[in-house]
Design a protein. Structure first.
Length: 76
């Protein structure tokens, strides 16, 4: 019998990424989870139903998503 590890779920890992100060882009979520882009966007929609999800423009022009309170300059 294979030893079971306590690896965090992909959704928990994405939630942790979204909780970072700079959030996460869809591309970062795809790379981390192996999900397709449409699956990442569907996950973000689910997060919107339970938390405040902020959409922010990074200096490099990429769009990042972050869980948290609104700050000046944040896009809703």
């Amino acid at each position: 019998m294979a030893k079971q590890t306590n690896k965090p779920s992909k959704s928990a890992a994405v939630t942790k990424m979204l909780s970072r100060a700079n959030g996460a882009t869809v591309g970062e979520i795809v790379k981390s989870t192996g999900w397709k882009e449409h699956s990442c966007r569907a996950f973000l929609t689910g997060i919107r139903k339970t938390s405040k999800l902020l959409k922010e423009q990074r200096p490099d022009g990429k769009t990042a998503y972050r869980i948290g309170a609104a700050e000046p300059g944040a896009l809703d």
